[in-house]
Design a protein around this ligand. Structure first.
Ligand code: G4P
Length: 284
Protein backbone atom coordinates (compact mmCIF):
# COMPACT_ATOMS: atom_id res chain seq x y z
CA UNK A 1 0.00 0.00 0.00
CA UNK A 2 1.36 3.41 -1.00
CA UNK A 3 1.11 6.14 1.59
CA UNK A 4 1.98 9.69 0.77
CA UNK A 5 2.66 11.97 3.65
CA UNK A 6 3.49 15.63 3.47
CA UNK A 7 5.01 16.70 6.72
CA UNK A 8 5.35 20.38 5.70
CA UNK A 9 3.48 21.80 8.66
CA UNK A 10 5.44 19.57 10.96
CA UNK A 11 8.56 21.67 10.46
CA UNK A 12 6.99 24.41 12.54
CA UNK A 13 5.79 21.92 15.13
CA UNK A 14 9.27 20.49 15.60
CA UNK A 15 10.77 23.97 15.86
CA UNK A 16 8.30 24.83 18.60
CA UNK A 17 9.10 21.63 20.36
CA UNK A 18 12.85 22.20 20.18
CA UNK A 19 12.28 25.58 21.76
CA UNK A 20 10.03 24.29 24.53
CA UNK A 21 12.29 21.38 25.28
CA UNK A 22 15.02 23.67 26.56
CA UNK A 23 13.05 24.36 29.70
CA UNK A 24 11.75 20.83 30.16
CA UNK A 25 13.10 18.24 32.59
CA UNK A 26 10.92 15.36 31.55
CA UNK A 27 9.29 14.17 28.35
CA UNK A 28 6.11 12.14 28.65
CA UNK A 29 6.20 10.35 25.34
CA UNK A 30 2.83 8.99 24.27
CA UNK A 31 2.46 6.14 21.83
CA UNK A 32 -0.51 4.05 20.78
CA UNK A 33 -0.52 0.74 22.66
CA UNK A 34 -1.80 -1.01 19.53
CA UNK A 35 1.40 -0.14 17.66
CA UNK A 36 3.95 1.13 20.17
CA UNK A 37 6.94 1.21 17.82
CA UNK A 38 5.21 2.44 14.69
CA UNK A 39 3.69 5.35 16.61
CA UNK A 40 7.01 6.46 18.07
CA UNK A 41 9.24 8.97 16.44
CA UNK A 42 12.81 7.85 17.06
CA UNK A 43 13.95 11.49 16.87
CA UNK A 44 12.48 11.98 20.32
CA UNK A 45 15.60 10.24 21.63
CA UNK A 46 17.75 12.96 20.10
CA UNK A 47 15.42 15.76 21.14
CA UNK A 48 15.16 14.41 24.63
CA UNK A 49 18.81 13.78 25.32
CA UNK A 50 19.62 14.43 28.97
CA UNK A 51 15.92 14.67 29.82
CA UNK A 52 13.93 12.25 31.90
CA UNK A 53 11.51 10.13 29.93
CA UNK A 54 8.32 8.21 30.46
CA UNK A 55 6.74 6.17 27.72
CA UNK A 56 2.97 5.92 27.90
CA UNK A 57 1.26 3.14 26.00
CA UNK A 58 -2.03 4.92 25.56
CA UNK A 59 -5.38 3.58 24.38
CA UNK A 60 -4.42 0.40 26.21
CA UNK A 61 -8.16 -0.28 26.53
CA UNK A 62 -8.14 -1.07 22.79
CA UNK A 63 -4.94 -3.13 22.79
CA UNK A 64 -4.51 -6.75 23.74
CA UNK A 65 -4.04 -7.03 27.51
CA UNK A 66 -1.17 -9.48 27.41
CA UNK A 67 0.62 -7.43 24.78
CA UNK A 68 0.29 -4.32 26.95
CA UNK A 69 2.22 -6.08 29.71
CA UNK A 70 4.84 -7.40 27.30
CA UNK A 71 5.40 -3.95 25.78
CA UNK A 72 5.69 -2.36 29.19
CA UNK A 73 8.28 -4.99 30.19
CA UNK A 74 10.10 -4.37 26.93
CA UNK A 75 10.43 -0.62 27.47
CA UNK A 76 11.33 -1.18 31.12
CA UNK A 77 14.07 -3.54 29.96
CA UNK A 78 15.49 -0.67 27.88
CA UNK A 79 15.72 1.36 31.07
CA UNK A 80 12.62 3.49 30.45
CA UNK A 81 9.81 4.23 32.83
CA UNK A 82 6.72 2.95 31.05
CA UNK A 83 3.06 2.49 31.84
CA UNK A 84 -0.05 1.69 29.89
CA UNK A 85 -3.27 3.58 30.34
CA UNK A 86 -6.55 4.89 29.08
CA UNK A 87 -5.83 8.60 29.16
CA UNK A 88 -9.52 9.39 29.48
CA UNK A 89 -9.53 7.81 32.94
CA UNK A 90 -8.70 9.87 35.97
CA UNK A 91 -7.96 6.66 37.88
CA UNK A 92 -4.84 6.03 35.79
CA UNK A 93 -3.30 9.36 36.78
CA UNK A 94 -2.14 8.23 40.22
CA UNK A 95 0.22 5.71 38.65
CA UNK A 96 1.42 8.37 36.23
CA UNK A 97 2.35 10.63 39.14
CA UNK A 98 4.37 7.79 40.67
CA UNK A 99 6.05 7.24 37.29
CA UNK A 100 6.91 10.93 37.01
CA UNK A 101 8.32 10.81 40.49
CA UNK A 102 10.62 7.91 39.64
CA UNK A 103 11.63 9.35 36.27
CA UNK A 104 12.59 12.68 37.82
CA UNK A 105 14.50 11.33 40.82
CA UNK A 106 17.84 11.95 39.10
CA UNK A 107 16.93 15.54 38.30
CA UNK A 108 15.91 16.22 41.87
CA UNK A 109 19.17 14.71 43.05
CA UNK A 110 21.13 16.96 40.67
CA UNK A 111 19.21 20.00 41.93
CA UNK A 112 19.93 19.06 45.49
CA UNK A 113 23.65 18.69 44.77
CA UNK A 114 23.60 22.20 43.32
CA UNK A 115 21.75 23.58 46.31
CA UNK A 116 18.48 24.06 44.44
CA UNK A 117 15.58 23.14 46.64
CA UNK A 118 11.93 22.83 45.72
CA UNK A 119 12.13 23.64 42.02
CA UNK A 120 9.32 21.66 40.40
CA UNK A 121 9.92 19.13 37.66
CA UNK A 122 8.74 20.52 34.34
CA UNK A 123 7.17 17.97 32.06
CA UNK A 124 5.92 17.99 28.50
CA UNK A 125 3.63 15.57 26.74
CA UNK A 126 4.83 14.64 23.24
CA UNK A 127 3.81 12.27 20.50
CA UNK A 128 2.50 11.90 16.98
CA UNK A 129 -1.02 13.13 16.18
CA UNK A 130 -4.04 11.36 17.64
CA UNK A 131 -2.26 9.29 20.29
CA UNK A 132 -4.19 11.10 23.02
CA UNK A 133 -1.90 13.96 24.10
CA UNK A 134 -4.65 16.55 24.58
CA UNK A 135 -6.87 14.00 26.31
CA UNK A 136 -4.11 13.23 28.80
CA UNK A 137 -3.47 16.91 29.49
CA UNK A 138 -7.18 17.46 30.07
CA UNK A 139 -7.52 14.46 32.33
CA UNK A 140 -4.38 15.19 34.26
CA UNK A 141 -5.17 18.86 34.71
CA UNK A 142 -8.72 18.33 35.82
CA UNK A 143 -10.58 21.21 37.36
CA UNK A 144 -8.31 21.78 40.27
CA UNK A 145 -5.09 22.36 38.32
CA UNK A 146 -3.95 25.94 38.46
CA UNK A 147 -2.42 27.54 35.44
CA UNK A 148 0.73 29.19 36.64
CA UNK A 149 1.22 31.65 33.83
CA UNK A 150 4.27 32.53 31.83
CA UNK A 151 7.73 31.76 32.99
CA UNK A 152 11.01 33.26 31.91
CA UNK A 153 12.51 31.16 29.17
CA UNK A 154 9.18 30.24 27.64
CA UNK A 155 8.76 32.68 24.85
CA UNK A 156 5.50 31.75 23.24
CA UNK A 157 3.30 32.45 26.20
CA UNK A 158 2.97 28.79 27.02
CA UNK A 159 1.24 28.03 30.23
CA UNK A 160 2.22 25.63 32.92
CA UNK A 161 -0.25 23.54 34.76
CA UNK A 162 0.78 22.93 38.33
CA UNK A 163 -0.14 19.35 39.16
CA UNK A 164 1.24 19.39 42.67
CA UNK A 165 4.15 20.95 44.54
CA UNK A 166 6.66 18.90 42.62
CA UNK A 167 5.32 18.80 39.07
CA UNK A 168 4.42 21.36 36.43
CA UNK A 169 3.15 20.34 33.03
CA UNK A 170 3.35 22.40 29.87
CA UNK A 171 -0.20 22.86 28.65
CA UNK A 172 0.77 22.53 24.97
CA UNK A 173 1.83 19.11 23.76
CA UNK A 174 4.86 18.58 21.57
CA UNK A 175 3.80 17.25 18.21
CA UNK A 176 6.03 14.76 16.50
CA UNK A 177 5.43 13.23 13.14
CA UNK A 178 5.35 9.54 12.34
CA UNK A 179 8.34 8.04 10.62
CA UNK A 180 7.59 5.81 7.70
CA UNK A 181 10.71 3.78 7.90
CA UNK A 182 9.07 0.94 6.10
CA UNK A 183 5.76 0.40 4.39
CA UNK A 184 4.36 -1.68 7.22
CA UNK A 185 4.87 1.13 9.74
CA UNK A 186 2.84 3.45 7.50
CA UNK A 187 0.13 0.83 7.21
CA UNK A 188 -0.19 0.41 10.95
CA UNK A 189 -0.43 4.14 11.49
CA UNK A 190 -3.13 4.27 8.84
CA UNK A 191 -5.03 1.32 10.36
CA UNK A 192 -5.32 3.02 13.73
CA UNK A 193 -6.18 6.34 12.08
CA UNK A 194 -3.39 8.16 13.81
CA UNK A 195 -2.81 10.69 11.07
CA UNK A 196 -5.69 12.38 9.34
CA UNK A 197 -3.41 14.00 6.79
CA UNK A 198 -2.34 10.66 5.49
CA UNK A 199 -3.49 10.28 1.96
CA UNK A 200 -4.56 6.72 1.76
CA UNK A 201 -6.64 4.78 -0.64
CA UNK A 202 -9.46 3.46 1.55
CA UNK A 203 -9.97 0.33 -0.55
CA UNK A 204 -6.30 -0.56 -0.29
CA UNK A 205 -6.27 0.24 3.40
CA UNK A 206 -9.29 -1.98 4.07
CA UNK A 207 -7.78 -4.81 2.04
CA UNK A 208 -4.43 -4.64 3.84
CA UNK A 209 -6.14 -4.47 7.23
CA UNK A 210 -8.61 -7.24 6.35
CA UNK A 211 -5.82 -9.54 5.20
CA UNK A 212 -3.76 -8.79 8.29
CA UNK A 213 -6.72 -9.54 10.55
CA UNK A 214 -7.53 -12.74 8.68
CA UNK A 215 -3.95 -13.95 9.07
CA UNK A 216 -3.46 -12.87 12.67
CA UNK A 217 -6.76 -12.55 14.56
CA UNK A 218 -9.57 -14.17 12.56
CA UNK A 219 -11.83 -14.89 15.54
CA UNK A 220 -13.23 -11.37 16.03
CA UNK A 221 -14.06 -11.21 12.33
CA UNK A 222 -16.27 -14.25 12.66
CA UNK A 223 -17.73 -12.98 15.93
CA UNK A 224 -18.65 -9.67 14.30
CA UNK A 225 -19.67 -10.56 10.78
CA UNK A 226 -20.56 -14.23 10.93
CA UNK A 227 -22.59 -14.57 14.11
CA UNK A 228 -24.67 -17.48 12.88
CA UNK A 229 -21.63 -19.25 11.42
CA UNK A 230 -23.25 -19.51 8.00
CA UNK A 231 -20.36 -17.85 6.14
CA UNK A 232 -16.94 -19.20 5.43
CA UNK A 233 -14.67 -16.23 6.03
CA UNK A 234 -11.48 -17.60 4.59
CA UNK A 235 -10.18 -14.78 2.41
CA UNK A 236 -10.65 -11.08 1.90
CA UNK A 237 -13.43 -11.43 -0.65
CA UNK A 238 -15.47 -13.65 1.64
CA UNK A 239 -14.83 -11.25 4.50
CA UNK A 240 -16.24 -8.39 2.45
CA UNK A 241 -19.25 -10.51 1.48
CA UNK A 242 -19.87 -11.37 5.13
CA UNK A 243 -19.81 -7.66 6.07
CA UNK A 244 -22.15 -6.81 3.20
CA UNK A 245 -24.57 -9.47 4.38
CA UNK A 246 -24.39 -8.91 8.12
CA UNK A 247 -24.58 -5.13 7.89
CA UNK A 248 -26.91 -4.85 4.92
CA UNK A 249 -24.49 -2.92 2.70
CA UNK A 250 -26.62 -2.46 -0.37
CA UNK A 251 -26.53 0.23 -3.02
CA UNK A 252 -29.77 2.21 -3.54
CA UNK A 253 -30.42 0.46 -6.84
CA UNK A 254 -29.49 -2.95 -5.40
CA UNK A 255 -26.19 -4.78 -5.45
CA UNK A 256 -23.48 -5.01 -2.82
CA UNK A 257 -21.97 -1.76 -1.57
CA UNK A 258 -18.35 -2.79 -1.03
CA UNK A 259 -17.26 0.81 -0.34
CA UNK A 260 -19.51 0.81 2.68
CA UNK A 261 -18.23 -2.60 3.77
CA UNK A 262 -14.63 -1.35 3.57
CA UNK A 263 -15.43 1.63 5.75
CA UNK A 264 -17.22 -0.58 8.26
CA UNK A 265 -14.17 -2.82 8.59
CA UNK A 266 -11.82 0.13 9.15
CA UNK A 267 -14.16 1.88 11.59
CA UNK A 268 -14.90 -1.29 13.54
CA UNK A 269 -11.19 -1.86 14.00
CA UNK A 270 -10.45 1.75 14.93
CA UNK A 271 -13.28 2.01 17.42
CA UNK A 272 -12.36 -1.24 19.14
CA UNK A 273 -15.57 -2.95 18.04
CA UNK A 274 -13.52 -5.87 16.80
CA UNK A 275 -12.06 -6.26 20.25
CA UNK A 276 -8.67 -5.51 21.75
CA UNK A 277 -6.06 -6.00 19.08
CA UNK A 278 -2.34 -5.17 19.12
CA UNK A 279 -0.71 -4.92 15.72
CA UNK A 280 2.93 -5.05 16.72
CA UNK A 281 4.88 -7.77 18.43
CA UNK A 282 7.56 -7.01 20.98
CA UNK A 283 11.00 -7.42 19.34
CA UNK A 284 12.77 -10.67 20.18
P1 G4P B 1 -3.79 14.15 20.22
O1 G4P B 1 -3.89 15.32 21.15
O2 G4P B 1 -2.57 13.31 20.50
O3 G4P B 1 -3.87 14.48 18.78
O4 G4P B 1 -5.02 13.16 20.53
P2 G4P B 1 -6.41 13.48 21.27
O5 G4P B 1 -6.20 13.72 22.71
O6 G4P B 1 -7.14 14.50 20.49
O7 G4P B 1 -7.15 12.06 21.13
C1 G4P B 1 -7.51 11.52 19.87
C2 G4P B 1 -8.71 10.61 20.02
O8 G4P B 1 -8.35 9.49 20.83
C3 G4P B 1 -9.91 11.24 20.72
O9 G4P B 1 -11.06 10.66 20.15
C4 G4P B 1 -9.78 10.75 22.15
O10 G4P B 1 -11.01 10.74 22.84
C5 G4P B 1 -9.28 9.36 21.91
N1 G4P B 1 -8.53 8.82 23.05
C6 G4P B 1 -7.53 9.43 23.74
N2 G4P B 1 -7.05 8.62 24.68
C7 G4P B 1 -7.73 7.47 24.61
C8 G4P B 1 -7.65 6.22 25.31
O11 G4P B 1 -6.82 6.00 26.21
N3 G4P B 1 -8.53 5.26 24.91
C9 G4P B 1 -9.43 5.44 23.91
N4 G4P B 1 -10.22 4.42 23.59
N5 G4P B 1 -9.51 6.59 23.22
C10 G4P B 1 -8.68 7.59 23.56
P3 G4P B 1 -11.94 11.38 19.07
O12 G4P B 1 -12.96 10.39 18.63
O13 G4P B 1 -11.05 12.00 18.04
O14 G4P B 1 -12.56 12.53 19.85
P4 G4P B 1 -13.74 12.44 20.90
O15 G4P B 1 -14.92 11.96 20.14
O16 G4P B 1 -13.33 11.49 21.99
O17 G4P B 1 -13.87 13.85 21.36
Amino acid sequence: MKIQWYPGHMTKAIRNMQEDIRVIDLIIEMVDARAPMATRNPDVDKLGQNKGRIIILNKADMADERSNKLWKDYFNSLGCECMYMDSRKKADMRELMACIDRASAEKRERDRARGIVGRPVRAMVAGIPNVGKSTLINTIAGKSAAKTGNKPGVTKGNQWIRLNKQIELLDTPGILWPKFEDEHVGEMIAYIGSVNDLIVNISELAECLGKWLLANVPVPLNDSYNKDGAEDISDYRSLMDAIVKSRGCLKPGGGADYDKAENILINDFRSGRLGRITLEKVPE
